[in-house]
Design a protein around this ligand. Structure first.
Ligand code: LHQ
Length: 278
């Protein structure tokens, strides 16, 4: 691991187990490209613990694979709707046995973000549909985003009394600028792929029917480039732009912990689960 990514309390370290492949994450590889597809389409690929750990393990394994480019995408009409709020609420209910929100972030999403950034090869988010919450955060942490023209993006955190996590409080303003980034974070406005492109949140927008083909073509261009140049370019951008990433993820988790103790947070999650307008 790059030293730049070690947190002040060393939380970025540790190796995930290469557990069995999960049914919730499809992995395929061809032409030097590894595709990881979230597969909980009926829940818009919301992250439960199993999918989170499967992604972490797959990214860990990718570091030593032959693949030269990694593509993250979702099956169905969602890229990912973020944290599975039903599982989260159940875990936090009395007797649910959950750790704190900060601990959950540090054990899962923060490690995923660090893995994406420290992988010595490009990671592309192929945004096939709605990306929300930490689902959007993970896309923003990737090297490139290619969106279908019918995809939508929303932070969603503020609606449930939270702050943008999974590095979104850093990557959102980096990509969209402070003002528009803060606006999207505070309003949770759901924007189109075209608007996301205008804001610099995605690299390109393509017809939904062409998304796979366009992503493959872009990935093939990267596969054909000198491998070490891409690895060192990524390392240079990381060191120049996000040198304190691990420390920031750690601090972001502490802020999320604070937010998660509010009544507004509990009410917001309940409103979503009860399908009341949030
Ligand atoms: C879902 C979800 C979901 C469960 C759709 N969970 N079922 C938080 C807490 C703690 C620690 C760590 O970090 C985090 C990070 C976060 O990610 S917080 C933010 C979590 N995500 C959200 O708040 C987004 C919630 N989802 C939505 O706002 C909408 O579903 C979006 C805007 C994504 C899509 O809206 P629609 O296209 O209208 O679809 P839908 O709402 O009808 O959803 C389809 C199904 O997926 C539905 O299930 P059902 O069984 O009724 O068909 C939803 O309940 C389910 N689903 N997101 N996050």
């Amino acid at each position: 691991m790059d030293d730049a990514f070690r947190g002040p309390r060393g939380r970025a370290g540790g190796r995930a187990k290469h557990g069995r492949m999960s049914d919730l994450l499809n992995q395929t590889e061809s032409g030097g490209v590894m595709r990881l597809a979230f597969d909980r389409p009926e829940k818009l690929n919301a992250f439960n613990d199993e999918m989170t750990q499967a992604l972490l393990a797959a990214l860990e394994a990718a570091a030593t694979s032959q693949a030269r480019v990694i593509v993250l995408t979702g099956n169905g009409r969602g890229f990912s709707a973020g944290q599975d709020l039903a599982e989260f609420a159940a875990a936090r209910a009395p007797g649910g046995g959950t750790r704190s929100v900060a601990a959950r972030l540090r054990a899962g999403y923060n490690r995923i973000v660090l893995r994406i950034r420290e992988l010595d090869r490009p990671v592309i988010a192929q945004m096939n549909g709605v990306a929300a919450g930490v689902g959007l955060a993970l896309a923003l942490a990737c090297d490139f985003r290619i969106a279908a023209d019918d995809a939508t993006l929303t932070l969603g955190f503020s609606k449930i009394g939270l702050i943008p996590d999974g590095g979104a409080s850093l990557f959102l303003p980096l990509l969209a600028g402070f003002g528009r980034g803060l606006e999207l974070a505070m309003t949770s406005e759901r924007i189109s792929a075209a608007e996301a492109y205008r804001l610099g949140l995605v690299n390109r927008v393509v017809a939904a029917a062409d998304l796979g083909r366009e992503t493959d073509a872009f990935a093939a261009r990267l596969v054909a480039m000198p491998r070490s140049a891409l690895a060192l370019t990524k390392r240079a951008f990381n060191a120049a732009i996000v040198p304190q990433l691990a420390a920031w993820l750690d601090a972001e988790a502490d802020l999320q912990e604070l937010a998660s103790h509010s009544e507004e947070h509990r009410d917001g999650v309940r409103a979503f689960l009860e399908k009341r307008a949030g």
